[in-house]
Ligand binder design. Structure first.
Ligand code: CAA
Length: 257
């Protein structure tokens, strides 16, 4: 399918979605969100695809929500249209999704990266929630997800000042999982996607659910949820295959059942 604002590609079992508004540093408008939703739907329904990489270009992952699109809006319009609601589609993705970030990931760009399962960054990446500099606040989960990822002090400082953090700082504080040279970051993200794709798909789904429950519950409830999910892997043939292959000293042959 041909899109206007994104480019999609499939490499073996990894779907790749690239933001493609280079002149606007991949600023995110309604069309981007609509097309991103369609691409995710297509990739979720494609049984060959087991993991997704979401990326931009070397200058920008995305420099935020499109300010041209927002400038003329008023409170009532935002409320009536439930502006931003469709963005949550990324967080609802049913397959593992990795953000591969080079350059700017600001405002809504940083928020979309944080909706992904984890972030791999290039060494030139810059993260920030600069909405305060243009008279507003993060609106796509930034105040919540950044705070959970890096803690209150760092999140508050970033959100109240609009300061950007570089890749090294982002890795140190836990916003980013790993940093690679710019020449490697995308290949590394795709390689990571392929690694996940080679594992048992139902177990990957269960593992995501367990980690995500840490966001939503108390420690005790989360530990109980994890225990139930752990037990549920014992209903899978892949669990038996994984353990037997270890004892047989051979590679597991997962069949996703
Ligand atoms: N929306 C619309 N256009 C944008 C944009 C945005 N968020 N960010 C950059 N652009 C456009 C610029 O207007 C410029 O367009 P023209 O060439 O037509 O003038 C082009 O991209 C290149 O940008 P700059 O010339 O500014 O490039 P730079 O290298 O000097 O600066 C930057 C880069 C620091 C990222 C700067 O562009 C910038 O500060 N961008 C805005 C960042 C921002 O405020 N993001 C938050 C938006 S609000 C939000 O996201 C709300 C939410 O939570 C959902």
């Amino acid at each position: 399918m041909a899109y206007e604002t994104i480019i999609t590609e499939v490499r073996e079992s990894v779907g790749i979605i690239r933001f493609n508004r280079p002149k606007a540093l991949n600023a995110i408008n309604a069309k981007v969100i609509e097309e991103l939703g369609l691409a995710l739907e297509m990739m979720e329904n494609d049984s060959n695809i087991a993991a997704i990489v979401l990326t931009g270009n070397e200058k920008a992952f995305a420099a935020g929500a499109d300010i041209n699109e927002m400038v003329g809006k008023n409170f009532v319009e935002l409320h009536k249209d439930d502006f931003i609601k469709p963005w949550e589609r990324i967080a609802e993705c049913r397959k593992p999704i990795i953000a591969a970030v080079a350059g700017f990931a600001l405002g809504g760009g940083c928020e979309i990266a944080m909706m992904c399962d984890f972030i791999l960054a290039a060494d030139n990446a810059k993260f920030g929630q600069p909405e305060i500099l243009i008279g507003t606040i993060p609106g796509a989960g930034g105040t919540q997800r950044l705070t959970r990822l890096v803690g209150k002090s760092k999140a508050m400082e970033m959100i109240l000042t609009g300061r950007m953090m570089d890749a090294k700082e982002a890795e140190r504080v836990g916003l980013v999982s790993r940093v690679f040279p710019i020449s490697e970051y995308l290949d590394q993200a795709i390689k990571t996607g392929k690694t996940i794709a080679g594992l048992s798909r139902p177990v990957v789904v269960i593992a995501r659910e367990a980690v995500n429950s840490a966001y939503e519950t108390t420690l005790n409830e989360g530990v109980m949820a994890e225990r139930r999910l752990f037990r549920s892997t014992f209903a899978l043939e892949d669990r038996r295959e994984g353990m037997e292959s270890f004892l047989d000293k051979r590679k597991p042959q997962f069949r996703n059942i």
